[in-house]
Design a protein around this ligand. Structure first.
Ligand SMILES: Cc1ncc(COP(=O)(O)O)c(C=O)c1O
Length: 383
């Protein structure tokens, strides 16, 4: 079996643990443990039990107009500014194709699919930072040399995987005019309180400036009208716990989508994923429950990890915590699997980090207690 490049590979964890995938307690995929929302499961059930279940018996609308309209209402943008995709991962492929033969500035460490997509598209990657170059696991936008727009492109991830760092929006806004194109992956932005589109000042986006937006809101979406060189990519996978359905979307000037639409396969978002996405967006109570659970769980996990001798958790604004471990992180990962059937994510796929870090997702407090006591047991019994 290949060493996993992503979290959530229960089959791999089960092979190491010698159990069935269903017995693994998974802290490696950064998914919301409260989901999927009941409302989504009910909507899928209804869609499948109709006499003519059109979500699977017909081709989807290749323009996904209905879903785009719902997303547009949610985010207070024009539906023409929305492009839906088979997960954020598909959208990264098209953003990379835009970068063919051009320089892409990429703060490191970075989600592994960026390099895969950019290399496949023939882009020239200009890496920035990373621990081996004397920096930290945090992406450092301060290292970007100022310049006029030129032909250069910037790819950012905010909040950042794997560190959980949030790059303040004002810093990103200052960078946008310095690049010909910018892609900002906000796959984990839903987990930020204040990133609530319901609080945004609807209608103001067309003017390009939002004055009454809550100061805690960090998404770039309301600023895109003033920055047509920028696209924001979002995922419904993480917050709504829908990794098996594959659904994400991008927001930006429609010129981007005219190009991307020509490159992609038709119907790349399946009918059930579209049904699920609509139900998820409408579920305000799930969103509020998640945002109430999140800070409590994060503080609980951070404090618990900090109490382990020599463990150093980084501050996080996302639904996972990156922790530096003394010794080999993969040895701890293996012991957690073999002795406790618990899967955490090593960071070998973030090549700058080496075998020193684990990325641990937030789960319910009892599950986090189970993880912390398993870590203590392993540390107590190591030589
Ligand atoms: C930073 C980041 N962006 C995008 C994705 C892909 O999300 P999706 O499941 O929507 O394709 C991931 C998945 O782990 C991720 O970590």
């Amino acid at each position: 079996m290949f060493w996993p490049q992503h979290g959530g590979n229960r089959a791999w964890g089960a092979a190491v643990a010698g159990c069935s995938p269903a017995d693994i307690l998974d802290f490696s995929a950064s998914l919301n443990p409260l989901g999927p929302p009941q409302s989504v499961l009910q909507a899928l059930g209804r869609a499948l039990s109709e006499p003519d279940p059109v979500a699977i018996s017909r081709y989807p609308d290749p323009e996904y107009w209905r879903l785009r309209t719902r997303l547009a209402q949610y985010w207070a943008v024009d539906p023409e500014w929305i492009f839906v995709g088979n997960g954020a991962a598909e959208l990264l492929t098209w953003a990379a194709r835009d970068a063919q033969g051009r320089e892409v500035w990429l703060p490191k460490p970075a989600f592994g699919e960026y390099e895969r997509a950019l290399q496949a598209a023939g882009a020239i990657i200009k890496p920035l930072g990373g621990e081996n170059s004397g920096g930290s696991p945090m992406p450092s936008v301060e290292q970007i040399p100022p310049s006029g727009r030129g032909n250069r492109i910037l790819w950012l991830n905010n909040p950042h995987n794997p560190s959980g760092r949030l790059i303040p929006r004002q810093e990103i806004l200052a960078l946008l005019p310095q690049f010909q194109q910018v892609m900002v992956d906000e796959a984990f932005m839903d987990f930020l309180p204040g990133d609530d589109p319901q609080d945004h000042c609807k209608g103001e986006i067309e003017k390009g400036e939002i004055e009454t937006e809550p100061s805690s809101s960090q998404t770039l979406i309301p600023h895109l009208a003033a920055h047509p060189n920028t696209v924001v990519i979002r995922s419904l996978t993480k917050f709504y716990t829908l990794p098996g359905l594959r659904i994400g979307f991008a927001v930006g000037h429609p010129d981007h989508w005219r190009r991307w639409q020509r490159w992609r396969d038709p119907w790349s978002v399946n009918g059930l994923a579209a049904v699920a996405a609509e139900a998820a967006l409408a579920d305000e109570s799930f969103r509020r429950r998640t945002l109430a659970w999140l800070p409590v769980a994060r503080e609980h996990l951070r404090k618990g990890l900090q109490a382990l001798p020599g463990w150093d958790p980084w501050p996080s604004q996302a639904n996972f915590v990156l922790v530096r471990c003394p010794g080999s992180a993969t040895q701890i990962q293996r012991a957690l699997l073999q002795r406790h059937r618990i899967l955490v994510r090593d960071c070998l796929s973030f090549s700058e980090l080496g075998d020193h870090y684990l990325r641990i997702s937030l789960r319910t407090l009892p599950e986090q207690e189970q993880l912390l006591s398993a870590c203590r047991e392993i540390l107590d019994n190591s030589d």
